[in-house]
Design a protein. Structure first.
Length: 586
């Protein structure tokens, strides 16, 4: 059975400014929540926190009027000490961010009577807020049984949805629903008569900061983070893909002594470029971990299989590999694992991209001393550009072209960064997708240690040409963990590719995908051009196109649109029915 999208969610309700009508609606919603298995976890100063039937998030009062949802790990000062000595909400929130890390939301009533919400920098827990009459609410997945508390202006935002169809990395910025507002990771918002947003943490802040690029420092930090984030879990599930990042994380799991409580799997395709079992088993053997190999069959994806991915406030693009997503969720349930640990984010933090513009970063940092012949030759081989092309790029870098396309808030103040680090920030923003909804996230906590605040900060400070030590992709990480990885992975220069696999999956799914999309609401609302869409769905084009999985992404968007169109209409009908007779006449 597939868990409901909100089964592990939280819902925070501030009723301080509620009218009697608001309180009546709230009382009805509370009864519906309790009947659906939700529970009231904490009430502090007219702020109440509900947890879904399967929620495991710890909720506790950490001071006289402060509520912590999730886990915060101190690095120097305690939470109570920070709150007790803070003079302003901004100072408090900043001290919490820079004196610890974790997976948490902090909420409190400030001295002006406003509701303050702080979302930690990794983004592991989502947070959207909205107003409903005099109520202020926040949640990671607003429960459908309490739709009466959604904002009256709730509607599909077709402009945002269209942007998502072209750039899925924007998924975590704004949900395509009007009336719901995101707290960006690292931000604090204060909600009163107006909203104040305060950016307290963003990746660009750490570019140019003092850094330690020693291999020992990176290995020690990753080991510490892995041990800390997995310490609460008795049963751990993970994947060793055969690539560098998952091998590093699984090696750190073993180094922390957590191997006996961990089970790892490797998924392989039918084509050679999608079969990395040899690398995965070498990594598992080196770390003494148990590994099971599982074949990824080419199976048609139907509308019924896609439908659960449209139930959340954001389309669940993280679950678009439906067969994989369902199999992992099933194994998590069978093994009673409560954590799914991955190496996701490693491409961004360790710097995987063979980006020729790194030479600009190096020249800015080292000046002409950076023009060492050996470095230029190695960079030319890695990036497949001539040394002369790289030299011209370093000396006369082209200006970054402005774009009218939407960007993630983390990129708003990144325009002046060296181009290599700008690319890293962009990739980290896209990595926020890894925290989002999917079937496996409804069964267990997603644990991505490489996207934790300490690892991001450490690697953002290290210059791009030092992360690519060698130069080659993730060169510093390769050196830092070489002693515990098989040589086949450390020295590997290629990477597995499932492009052909997904091309065949989409081809086998066309019987459902074509009518779903061609007769869908996105075409009806002219978000998609039917002629162009029909051309994109030609079998020959799908098999060889680099964007072969785009129809799957569009399928998730379509089932999301249909779900929310029905949900919003049902809420409207209920609202009209509930109105007093005299109001209905008006």
């Amino acid at each position: 059975m597939i868990p409901a999208v909100d089964a592990r969610a939280y819902l925070l309700i501030d009723s301080r400014d509620a009218t009697q009508g608001d309180l009546n609606r709230l009382d009805q919603a509370r009864q519906a929540l309790l009947a659906a298995g939700w529970r009231s976890a904490l009430i502090v100063d007219d702020i109440e926190v509900f947890l879904g039937p399967n929620a495991t998030l710890p909720v506790r009062q950490v001071h006289r009027r402060h509520i912590q949802i999730g886990t915060w790990r101190p690095t120097d000062r305690s939470m109570s000490s920070i709150i007790g000595t803070s003079r302003t909400s901004i100072g408090l929130a900043s001290d919490v961010i820079y004196s610890g890390w974790g997976r948490y939301i902090l909420a409190w009533r400030d001295d002006d009577g406003r509701l303050a919400l702080l979302r930690e920098p990794s983004g592991a827990i989502d947070c959207v807020w909205w107003r409903s009459g005099g109520l202020r609410l926040a949640s990671d997945q607003p429960p459908q049984v309490a739709d009466a508390l959604l904002p009256p202006e709730i509607a599909i935002d077709w402009e945002v949805l269209a942007a998502l169809s072209d750039n899925p990395g924007l998924l975590t910025d704004r949900p395509p629903l009007r009336g719901l507002n995101v707290v960006t990771p690292g931000d604090m918002v204060r909600l009163g008569d107006t909203m104040e947003r305060h950016v307290l943490w963003c990746p660009s802040n750490f570019v140019g900061a003092p850094f330690d690029d020693s291999p020992d420092a990176l290995r020690t930090l990753v080991d510490h983070v892995v041990a800390e984030v997995l310490s609460p879990y008795e049963r751990i599930h993970g994947e060793i893909s055969g690539g560098l990042d998952s091998a590093i994380v699984s090696g750190s799991v073993a180094a922390a002594g957590l191997g006996p409580q961990a089970r790892f799997v490797n998924y392989f395709g039918d084509w050679g470029e999608g079969d990395e079992r040899a690398y995965a088993f070498a990594a598992a053997e080196k770390s003494g971990l148990r590994l099971t190999a599982i074949r990824k069959p080419v199976a048609a994806i139907t509308e019924a299989l896609l439908r659960p991915l449209g139930e959340g406030i954001r389309p669940a693009l993280h679950g678009v590999d439906v067969a994989y997503d369902r199999d992992v969720a099933r194994r998590l349930r069978q093994g009673r694992a409560t954590a799914l640990v991955t190496g996701q984010g490693g491409d961004a933090v360790f710097y995987q991209a063979p980006e020729p513009r790194i030479v600009v970063d190096r020249l800015r940092r080292e000046g002409l001393a950076g023009f060492r012949p050996r470095y230029w030759g190695e960079m030319a081989r890695w990036t497949r550009h001539s040394a002369w092309t790289l030299a011209r790029l370093a000396l006369w870098p082209p200006p970054r072209q402005p774009s009218s396309a939407p960007i993630h808030p983390w990129l708003a103040d990144a325009a002046d960064l060296p181009p290599g680090k700008h690319g890293q920030v962009h990739r980290l923003a896209n990595c926020q997708l890894f925290w989002s909804d999917c079937l496996r996230a409804r069964v267990a906590d997603l644990v991505h240690p490489l996207l934790s605040q300490p690892v991001m900060e450490h690697c953002l400070a290290i210059p791009a040409d030092r992360l690519t030590l060698g130069p080659r992709d993730r060169g510093l990480a390769r050196k830092a963990f070489s002693g515990r990885l098989p040589a086949s992975i450390v020295q590997r220069r290629d990477k597995g590719d499932l492009g052909r696999f997904y091309g065949h999956v989409v081809q086998s799914s066309l019987a459902d995908l074509r009518p779903l999309l061609m007769n869908g609401l996105m075409v009806e609302h002219r978000m998609l051009d039917p002629v162009e869409l029909g051309r994109d769905l030609e079998p020959e084009r799908l098999l060889w196109s680099p964007g072969a999985n785009r129809p799957l992404l569009l399928g998730v968007l379509e089932v999301w649109v249909r779900h929310w169109t029905e949900r919003i209409e049902a809420r409207r009908r209920t609202e009209i029915t509930a109105q007093p007779v005299e109001d209905a006449r008006v």
